[in-house]
Structure formats: C-alpha cells, structure tokens
Design a binder for this molecule. Structure first.
Ligand SMILES: O=C(O)CCC(=O)C(=O)O
Ligand SMILES: [Fe+2]
Length: 394
C-alpha cells in the first residue's frame, strides 16, 4: 500500500496516509493546526487504557492518545544516557513549538496502524488480518443477522489465551478466507454458536496476566528501539483491550455492510433504478480507519486515494460513521472550489460516498462543541470531540 504521499492539510503534513489534499475554503486556513490543547481540552485517549493514565509523571495536556504518551514516558526513562530521546523521538505531548512538525506519531504493526497527530486527530486503522480472514466463512452468509451482536457483546467472556503463531495459522478456516460474497453484511467475528467453545480463564489466570502486563509496562521490558524514532512495544495492548477492540470492530463491521444495503433499497425506491450497483457499488470492507477529533480537530479537503487501483477504479464506497460531537463536513468536486457544500454530521450519522462521488474532495471544517448526545457521554465518558470511522475496501 502506497502511503508515501504527503498531505498538505490541517493534519500535520508529515502524515503518510497519502491523501491528495486541497485548499478550498475550509482548506489550509481552516485546517491549519492551532496550538495543541489550545481549546483547553485535555489529552485525547479514545482507545486509551484507563490504567495507563495513572502512570506517574506522564503528561496529559497534549492531544496524544494515552498509549503513546505512556510509551514516550517509558522510553524517556529507558534511554537516559545512551539514547538521545528528545532528539530522536520528540515528546508526543509537547505544546505547540517549532517542533510541531515532528509531533506526529504513527504506530504500525501488521494489520494495525495508529496515526497520532497533534492537530487533534488520532487515526487507528484495522486492516483485515489472518484473524479476520478466518472468520470469513463462505457457508455462513447470514451470520450477522442471526448472531445478535448485542448479546454477543455482553455474553462473551473476555478471556484471552495466548495463542502461538502456529496455532493461529492452523486454526482451520483459512481456506475460507476472503470469500464473503459482495453485499453480504460483513463481520470480523464468527457468530457465537460457530465459535469454538472455550472455557473462561479462571480469575487467577486473569489476575496473573494483569500483573504480568503491569510489570512489563513498568519495567519497560519488551520495548525495542528498532532504529532512530522507530520503537516496537511487544504485547503492549492488554488482553482486555484486545477483546474490546475486536468486539467493537465486529459490531461496527455489521453496520458497514448494512448501511450500503439499506442505501440500495432506498435508491431502488427513489430513483426507480434497478442498477443500484452502478450508482453505489457494494463492497466488503477490509480496512477501517478511525479518527478522533478533539474540539480543535480539523481535516483539510482531500481525496481518499490510498486504496488499490481496482478499488478506486470500481469506485467502491467509503462508509463513514460519526460518533460524538457534530462536525461541519465539507465536500466539493474541485479542490480549489470557493464554496464547498457543507453538511453537519451528527452522532450516529453514516455517510457513504462511492460511485460518482468516490473521488470528491472532502474534509472536516470544524467540530461543534457540546453537541454529542448526553447519554453517549455519560455512558462512555467520551472526551469532547468526535470519533469517526471509515470503512473501505482496499
Ligand atoms: O471525519 C470524517 O468525517 C472524514 C474522515 C476522512 O475523510 C478520512 O479519514 O479520510
Ligand atoms: Fe477522507
């Protein structure tokens, strides 16, 4: 995947997601990054492990998600003498300074990428990994409809047994990978009754895992500096967090397929066209990019061009979910348009752009403060800001 083209938009231009950027109204000026935390909001930690925030001495005033702030801190202590930490791995939670251009951090593993950017946006990508592929079973087209995601969410235990690489590779379903027919709602998890029966890990085992995780994080073990500015934190995401992430992705994956299908039904009715696939092609998403915008978060006008040539040529849609504060979303056919169209994306909205609209320039001009549903905030403690998830097929 070529992510090497830099963008020149409100998000730090050293981002490598390769969007083709523009500067329409809401472009450069609207998206130029202000000082971090200028709006007084505290550190964004959309996926942060709450426990980690209590690590003594860590800074929370920037807008970096918690995990990175923590690793930076650990590194700092690790590297006191031989490693010039501040130079090679600039502090991720620093305030606006000439070093701003360095304030991007990007955490990448196979199948998972976390863009952490200083302008109030963090990005988490979930690529379809072998785990996902094994859950994709040709013979189970209706797995989502039947599986009752909500129940599964609450019923499944959160045990996490360490699985060796070999075990994963031999998990049996791999030959069924990538076989989900287009248009079938997509889920990264198997329906509950298809899952292997596993016993819940006893409390003792769980506690031991937790202790070990804590110990590892405190000792800074399993942290390797691969090269200047490139750090590997082995098994850094706790088991519980992994469980949560998978469950959330699973739940949302259902929505992605479903939203397109619902749109098709609507298109059929409204446009009296039976070729709805021509207007809005179906897709089976294998990437989810998660952005979190704090109150000052912006995203300049850009096109989404990081997907494969095939995906772009077929104009497979991007499906975007909004959660939290509302956003002013701009779109236009041309990069330099004076007056892009503006819509407000509210919490719970799904925006799809495919077909003739696949290559529109789009961006987020502003986050509208205090517009998130109160229940969402009280139930989740979501920080002020907006969570955005875009599903795509690479
Ligand atoms: O936040 C949004 O609504 C848009 C996000 C977006 O355009 C992107 O991630 O490429
Ligand atoms: Fe985009």
């Amino acid at each position: 995947m070529n992510r090497g083209r830099a963008r020149n938009v409100g998000r730090n231009s050293s981002s490598t997601r390769g969007r083709s950027s523009g500067s329409g109204s809401g472009g450069n000026s609207a998206h130029r990054r202000g000082p971090i935390g200028a709006d007084g909001s505290s550190s964004g930690a959309p996926f942060g492990n709450k426990d980690r925030s209590s690590v003594p001495g860590r800074q929370t005033s920037g807008q970096m998600p918690e995990a990175v702030g923590c690793s930076a801190k650990q590194l700092e202590s690790l590297s006191a003498s031989s490693y010039e930490f501040q130079k090679d791995f600039p502090s991720l939670s620093a305030q606006s300074s000439p070093r701003d251009k360095h304030l991007n951090a990007r955490r990448t593993q196979r199948g998972q990428t976390l863009d952490l950017e200083a302008g109030g946006i963090g990005t988490l990508h979930f690529d379809r990994s072998p785990v996902v592929e094994t859950a994709c079973m040709r013979d189970e087209p209706s797995m989502l409809a039947e599986s009752g995601i909500k129940d599964r969410f609450s019923e499944k235990g959160s045990q996490c047994e360490q699985t060796s690489h070999e075990n994963t590779a031999n998990s049996g379903n791999s030959k069924n990978s990538e076989c989900l027919p287009v248009g079938i709602p997509y889920d990264i998890c198997q329906p509950q009754n298809e899952s292997l029966v596993t016993l819940k890990a006893p409390l003792l085992t769980k506690n031991r895992e937790k202790r070990n995780e804590l110990k590892r994080s405190l000792e800074g073990k399993n942290i390797t500096i691969l090269r200047s500015g490139m750090v590997l934190l082995k098994r850094y995401i706790s088991c519980n967090d992994q469980v949560m992430i998978v469950k959330i992705c699973s739940k949302i994956g259902v929505g992605a397929g479903g939203a397109i299908q619902d749109s098709h039904a609507w298109l059929k009715k409204e446009s009296k066209s039976y070729n709805v696939e021509d207007i809005l092609p179906s897709m089976s998403p294998n990437i989810c990019i998660v952005n979190f915008y704090t109150k000052s978060g912006r995203l300049g006008l850009h096109q989404d061009k990081d997907e494969s040539q095939k995906s772009l040529l077929e104009r497979l849609p991007v499906v975007s979910f909004s959660i939290g504060d509302s956003a002013e979303f701009l779109y236009a056919d041309q990069r330099d348009t004076e007056k892009p169209e503006k819509i407000i994306l509210e919490s719970g909205d799904v925006l799809i752009f495919g077909g003739e609209s696949r290559h529109i320039f789009h961006g987020v001009k502003a986050i509208l403060p205090d517009t998130a549903p109160k229940t969402l905030l009280t139930e989740t403690g979501l920080r002020p800001g907006r969570l955005n998830l875009t599903f795509r097929e690479y």
